[in-house]
Structure formats: C-alpha cells, structure tokens
Design a protein around this ligand. Structure first.
Ligand code: CP
Ligand code: NVA
Length: 321
C-alpha cells in the first residue's frame, strides 16, 4: 500500500465512532478528507449509483429549535446511505418533562447508531456526547454550526478549485455561524476578516483558538468594525441573520445596531470581481443582505444548501460506518 493510501486509511479509522461537535476537534487533514468524501458521495448520488454503508442503522435527530435544511438533509442523507432517521422534537421527548441529558443519552444509545442534536446551550451537546456511547453530531448550538461550515467549505472548494490563501469576509453578528467559519478558515489556511458592530464581536475564547490555529496554517484572522475594510479584495462574502434563533426579542434593537452592516451593491464593489456571496439561510432580505446581492449572479446560497446533504452524508458515513 502506498504511503498516501496508508495515511488515508489511518484517517478513516481515526474518524469511526467520533463525535462531531466543533471543527476544532478535527485536524485539517481529517476535515479535508471529509470534504473530499462529500464531493465523491455527491458524484455517486448524481450519477444515480447507490452507496449504502449505513444499511440497518438509525440516527436519532433531537430538535429543540426549528429547522428546514438540517432536518431534511439529515433525514434524506440517512435514507440515501441505506439507514433511517427519527425526528425527535423536545416537546415529544421526556427531556421536555425534565429527564436528564445523561439518562436520555444512555437510553438512546441502546437503540441508535448515532444522535444529531440542534439545541441552545453548547454544553447540552457536550453532556449528551459524554452520556452517549454512539457518535453525537452538532446540528447547531448557540456557539457553533459545524455541519453548515463543512458544506460551505465544500462549495468554496468546488467553485474556486482550492481553499488555501483565499480571503473570506464575514459581515454581521459574531454568532454560531461565524465561529465555525473562523475555525474552518484557520484549519484550511484561508484568510478571514470579520466585521461586526461594537459589542457583537465573536466569542473571545473561540477567537483565541482560531488565532492559534491560523498561526499553524499560516493564515490570518482579523476581527474589526469596518465592513468595507473586511470585504476589500475578498473572494467570498458571507453574512447571516442579525438575530439568531432565541434572540427574537432583540430583533428591533439589533436592526438598529447592524444597520450599517448590510451586504449590498455598494459594499460588494470592494470585493474581487469574481467574489462569491454566501449565506447559511434562512435569510432576511432587506436586513443583512439586499435582494440584489442575495438573488444576484454572485450568490451561491442554494449550492450551499444542497451541500448540507453531501457534507453530512460524508460525516455520517465516516463516523457511523
Ligand atoms: N442553515 C440551516 O441550518 O438551516 P435550517 O435552520 O433550516 O436547518
Ligand atoms: N445564526 C443562525 C443560523 C441559522 C441556521 C441561528 O442560529 O439562528
């Protein structure tokens, strides 16, 4: 066996049985392996062939927040891989009546081969993973959205042909989305500029970890307040809603705080002429992004949404296969 095949085999074996909670837990090589696998699974699916390594396996999907993309793509992904997925809303589970996360994790591990959870506090996912004996996948917390970031880096690679050295600019709220994007950029050697209003910067501890990771891959991460400076010469411009799930009551106050942070025709003039516009969705047209940009020719929002399916199939197959 060649040394590269041996290395790949080692990565594959190292992924089996792991949790997928934050990108920081994975090496750049492991993340790149997962993206390459996602691209391969996408080709298999589009050519009409079958790949069903999860035949007979079940994924439990716990949702404490709403979802369109995450729910549908995980459910369809499990089906395409030969397994099945169970939708479990908080209200229908005994967690909603006070059963502990530990007991839930232990019990579910006796039936399931993997658990995906979308919840509020990040520590809930950590606790679930501690109690579970099967892989736990983070389908979004208030701190991170790693599956979305994997789909996003896959699409950038597909469109640009490489990741290292590209510049990604994120404009808006220092939220779960930007945390995962920052860690991904640092892992893949991409330069990243983040522009937020004062008081809405990314979490300091997360940023510290990203700075350290960026130093290892030779990339740069800058957090600033000037959106124009952030998008200058960017290959990718990314934004997300100004009020995330759970922050609905702050919406009016946030619209005021973020009013100079809209991604619109004036702002994108400062990016490279072939920039990509990205948004994890759902979007609020007229708030964080103008209609002209999100529905314009640089926008790849539905390619991102599609890649949720392929990126997550790679994660499911690697962890649960
Ligand atoms: N981007 C994303 O996670 O979408 P949903 O909230 O619809 O799952
Ligand atoms: N930041 C957004 C992402 C939604 C996919 C939220 O948490 O609501």
């Amino acid at each position: 066996m060649s040394s590269s095949a041996l290395f790949e085999q080692e990565i594959r074996q190292g992924l089996r049985g792991r949790d997928f909670i934050v990108l920081a837990d994975y090496t750049p090589e492991e993340l790149r392996y997962l993206i390459d696998l996602a691209i391969e699974l996408k080709q298999i699916q589009k050519s009409g062939r079958r790949f069903q390594p999860l035949a007979g396996k079940s994924l439990g999907m716990i949702f404490e927040k709403s979802s369109t993309r995450t729910r549908v793509s995980f459910e369809v992904g499990m089906y395409q891989l030969g397994g099945q997925a169970l939708f479990l809303s908080r209200n229908d589970l005994q967690i909603g009546r006070g059963e502990t996360i530990w007991d839930t994790a232990q019990t579910m591990s006796r039936y399931l081969d993997g658990i995906m959870i979308r919840t509020f506090a990040h520590k809930t996912v950590i606790e679930l993973a501690r109690g579970a004996t099967v892989p736990v996948i983070n389908g979004l917390t208030d701190l991170a959205h790693p599956c979305q970031a994997m789909a996003d880096y896959q699409v950038i690679l597909e469109k640009k042909g490489h990741l290292q050295g590209l510049k990604i600019a994120y404009i808006g709220d220092g939220n779960n989305m930007v945390h995962s994007l920052m860690m991904g950029a640092a892992k893949f050697g991409m330069h990243m500029s983040v522009a937020t209003p004062e008081g809405y910067e990314p979490d300091r501890d997360v940023a510290e970890m990203c700075y350290e990771q960026a130093a290892q891959t030779g990339s740069s991460l800058k957090v600033m307040h000037d959106p124009r400076e952030a998008v200058t010469d960017a290959d990718v411009i990314y934004t997300d809603v100004w009020a995330s799930m759970g922050q609905e009551e702050e919406h009016a106050q946030r619209v005021q705080a973020f009013k100079n942070y809209q991604v619109n025709d004036e702002l994108v003039k400062h990016a490279k002429s072939d920039f990509l516009f990205m948004h994890c969705l759902p979007a609020h047209r007229g708030e964080e992004v103008s209609e002209s940009v999100i529905d314009g020719k640089h926008s790849i929002i539905f390619d991102q949404a599609e890649n949720r399916l392929h990126a997550q199939k790679a994660i499911l197959a690697a962890l649960m296969g």
